[in-house]
Structure formats: C-alpha cells, structure tokens
Design a protein around this ligand. Structure first.
Ligand SMILES: [Zn+2]
Length: 218
C-alpha cells in the first residue's frame, strides 16, 4: 500500500488525514468495492486513495453507525431478532463467524473484542430514538385521521344529494392518505429531530461509561 500512498497531490501523506475526515468522505466501508484497484499499477485519483485508506483504517463516524443500526436494533428490541451471537465490541453490529472487521463501524476485531450479546443499555440508546419517533408519527397520524373525519362531517352537512355520497370515500381514503402524509412526513421529521440528538447523547454516555471500565450488563 505504501507504494501508491505517495501519489497524493502536494506530497500529502494519506496517513496524516484525520480519520474523521476520511470517514466523512466515505462513511460506509462496506460500500467500497474499489479498494482492489489499489493493487494495480494504474494511477489512482485522490478519491480512490481516500476510499482505500478509509476502507483499511478509518472507522465510520458514530452518527452514521447509529443510523445504520437503528432498524436492526429495533428488531432485537421487539424480539424479532435474537440478542445472541457475535457482535462488534464497539458498535454492536452483528458479525459473521469469521468476520474480522465490522461492516458497519469498520473496526477490526483485533482492536475491539466481539461480544456474545448486546448490553441492555446499548439497546436503550436505540429505544430512545424509537420512542420519540413513534410518539410523533402516531400523533400526526391521528391528526390526519381527525382531519379526514372533520372533512367528512363538513361534506355531510353542506353537500346536496347526491354529492353527499362522496363523503364516504373521502372519509376512508382521506383518513388513510392524511394519516400517512402527516404521520410519515411531519411526524417522522419531528421524531427524527428529537430522536437523533437524544440517541447521540445516550450513546456518548454509554461510551463514557464503557471507557470508565463499567460492565454494562450488570
Ligand atoms: Zn462495529
């Protein structure tokens, strides 16, 4: 790898680029399929080099790790996926039996020892986001249904026969449409706005406790 590291413009050594910068440019190591090009003698562009270096060394930044794992953690919280097996010792992503590098955070199992189950407090990090999201999505979905019912009543009161019969499909289709529109749109937006920083704060607390040597399972 050293032979092509010198190809950076301006004599810049890729190893001097902060890991966070590399991760920001190419946050998902598992998506990088171009690392193999580094083995050839063809000149590499800066992006190739950054990707390859990132793929090899730089961990993904935590906000993207948390986003990537939210759905999987929710399945475990709901009991749809077992909390047993082999998990990354840093981010708790599930690892295959022989996997030596976490596909989500990019850390090597040599640096961070895998664990057999995800600590309850780590699942609570994701549950904080889930609860905020559910609260706002449900709230706005019910608001959508309420608006459809109000529209239905207005149509019943003001429309003459036979137009008044249009109020029935408006009630059923409208409540479904407005619930999805408001719940999935505005509700999800507000849920994310509150859930993401809350989850990040809980994650930082967890990292601090882990760094202090606390056993999270007790
Ligand atoms: Zn990981």
């Amino acid at each position: 790898m050293d032979a092509w590291l010198g190809a950076l413009p301006g004599g810049l050594d890729a190893r001097q680029i902060p890991a966070a910068t590399l991760a920001r440019r190419h946050p998902a190591p598992k998506l990088c399929g171009r690392a193999a090009r580094a083995e050839g003698t063809a000149p590499l562009c800066y992006a190739d080099l950054v990707m390859t270096v990132d793929h090899a060394t730089a961990p993904a930044i935590d906000s993207e790790v948390l986003d990537a794992l939210q759905e999987r953690m929710e399945r475990i919280i709901a009991g749809d996926s077992p909390n047993a097996g082999r998990f990354c010792g840093y981010c708790y992503a599930r690892l295959d039996l022989e996997e030596q590098r976490c596909p989500v955070c990019g850390r090597s199992t040599l640096d961070v020892t895998p664990v057999a189950r995800i600590p309850r407090d780590a699942l609570r990090v994701y549950n904080a986001h889930r609860r905020k999201m559910r609260l706002w999505v449900n709230l706005f979905a019910y608001l959508g249904i309420l608006l459809a019912v109000l529209l239905f009543i207005v149509m019943i009161v003001f429309l003459p026969n036979p137009w008044v019969w249009f109020s029935v499909p408006v009630l059923f289709f409208g409540s479904w449409y407005l619930a999805n529109l408001l719940g999935g749109g505005l509700g999800a937006y507000l849920g994310g706005r509150q859930g993401v920083p809350l989850r990040a704060a809980r994650w930082r607390e967890l990292l601090e406790r882990r760094a202090a040597g606390e056993n999270l399972d007790t």
